[in-house]
Design a binder for this molecule. Sequence first.
Ligand code: MG
Length: 515
Amino acid sequence: MAWASKPLDPVPGYFEDEAVRLVLANYRLLWALDHASSLMAWDTETNMPRMGSPHRGLASAELATLRRRLLLDEKFVELVERAASREGLNDYERGVVRVLQREIRIARSIPEEIVWEMARIRPEALAAWREAREKGDYSRFKPYLERIVELNRSIAEHLGYEGHPYNALLDLYEEGLTVDVMDRVFDSILPHSRAVLEKTRSRGFYPEKHPLEDVEYDRAAMEEVNRRVLSLLGYPWERARLDVSAHPFTIAISIDDVRITTRYEGRDFRRTLMAVVHEFGHALYELQVDKNLAATPLQGGVSSGVHESQSRFWENIIGRSPEFARAIKPILDEKLGYTRSHDWLDIYRYLTIVRPDYIRVEADELTYNFHIYIRYTIEKQFIAGELGVDDARELWNSLMEEYLGIRPRSDREGILQDIHWAMGSMGYFPTYTLGNVIAAQVRGRILSEIPDLYERVEELDFKPIREALARLIHRWGSTYPPQELVERATGEPVNPEHFNRYIEWKYLELPEKLQ
Ligand code: MG
């Protein structure tokens, strides 16, 4: 392997140290592979003909192997270690070293056989999961789930951990996250959310079901609504795209090429609209990273939890506010028409209605974290070897009953509903709750800087909000580890009390004022 011997030109104030610049010059190769892989991943979900799947899977796996070999190449590791030993590095330079040392440690710890076994089993597990979900028959998926649990337990052992073995997997998605932190978060928010939910439901502000949930929309008209709303939020079309996929997602191909997707189910327009606002939050994070960090290891958002905090901020805190409902009503009335017979308050009710239900992705702000807690409890026990796949379904159903008062009628609305386990991933779900909690904490900070936040929303003046998020969070990319970034941005470590206060205000105090 011929590595570059000439360092990248200095970027004053960012990358000055020669050893770091030599790492960055050589990192370009890995970055280019990531660029290609991201484009392939986007294409797989949006454009690829169905039959292209096996070869796309093969090509992606080969590229991933190539990347791993480059990352672990003796020469590259040596360059990173040389940079790590330099004194007087600035925050950006230290960030580069931290991100790459972490990547190297993780890649080195997990043997190539496990990576391949996971890649091999994934398409079969996905096919089995789809069939099992279709038929509502957990037993068809169980053997694959068993294998995936085993592989994840083995990954945790290879990575190593302090305390609970699940910590090793949490850290993969959220650098430094532990069971202790998540237990503390859940202990704080779950009893509180349950109390708020009960009060809200007894007060009658929300109907049991909203009539707009069943109304069908014209797809072309809805696409126009989504585009108009994205434009108002400040989506830079010359640097970004909106496409359609089975599951909405965001992917950054480069700092100036970020793509989101949504889906059109044909009824209940808030689903596609809120997916768009959610993904906008993810996209904005990637689009507002400091351009000097482009094509370096610091280019992307720092973790799944911080990323989700940004999507939740836009979806829930901005998008599900009375001011937003008022502001977008003229667009809905113009394009969809049938919303004209509902006033803005009714649209707000439709966007924020709370109701315990089976499906996580459709859950409201008050019940969402219970869904995550159920998966977290099961995964934790799987990884500790305390729970077998045979007993997981019963645990799922009884936790649903205990926390949400409903029992899944089939595995389709129970243990088979999410794709994550079939993809092989465990340890990811908790970052959704962490994101909700961080979003509320960021809201507090934004309100202290922009006291008239919600008036800005009503006037569709999102620029100050975008700028504040850029300054506090986005511009840094992966420069600081997630917990440090949260502390720098909000003045304190992750604190679930902000979430508790936020939902109390939104679901108990606000409806009183609105009625
Ligand atoms: Mg998301």
